[in-house]
Design a binder for this molecule. Structure first.
Ligand SMILES: [Zn+2]
Ligand SMILES: [Zn+2]
Length: 151
């Protein structure tokens, strides 16, 4: 298992995706996209808002929220399922799985060929059309384990 590296030409990708859908490119939108793609944390809307506000003090929470929803709708980013009340976003739109720390909420990407080829119950296949699956592993991350030992 190795943590996934993520490198792409950001602004180019964003511009292409926006042009295709006739959406306007604004410095704010570029900043939001760069923030999420450069974050390894699967950030929440609040997290993005706090970071972006440093460069754009007048931006509203609602604008950030709408921008992230748009990004997710056009497939630039994904939402992380089952991560609690606050929606979390994922810049990695390729097939991968998640380890979620139940203590600090960190979400770590990992790849696994075995999990990609997981055999799902036949009932599921009979009943539904399966599009994709993602495995979520819950546990306590390395950082939190160290904290536990200290106390
Ligand atoms: Zn943790
Ligand atoms: Zn992820």
């Amino acid at each position: 298992m190795k943590e996934k590296k993520f490198t792409i030409d950001l602004t180019k990708k964003l511009k292409e995706a926006f042009k295709e859908r006739n959406l306007k490119i604004t410095p704010q939108r570029i900043a939001i996209y760069e923030e999420i793609v450069n974050s390894k944390e699967h950030p929440s809307t609040v997290h993005i808002f706090e970071k972006i506000r440093r460069s754009f003090p007048n931006i509203s929470f609602d604008t950030i929220n709408r921008t992230l929803t748009t990004f997710a709708e056009i497939g630039l980013i994904k939402t992380v399922e089952g991560s609690g009340d606050s929606k979390r976003y994922d810049p990695n739109i390729e097939q991968h799985h998640h380890f979620i720390c139940v203590k600090c909420g960190r979400i770590i990407d990992f790849d696994s060929k075995e999990l990609d080829n997981l055999q799902l119950p036949t009932e599921l296949h009979n009943k539904f059309r399966i599009l994709r699956h993602k495995v979520v592993v819950e546990g306590i991350c390395d950082k939190c384990s160290k904290e536990l030992i200290k106390t």
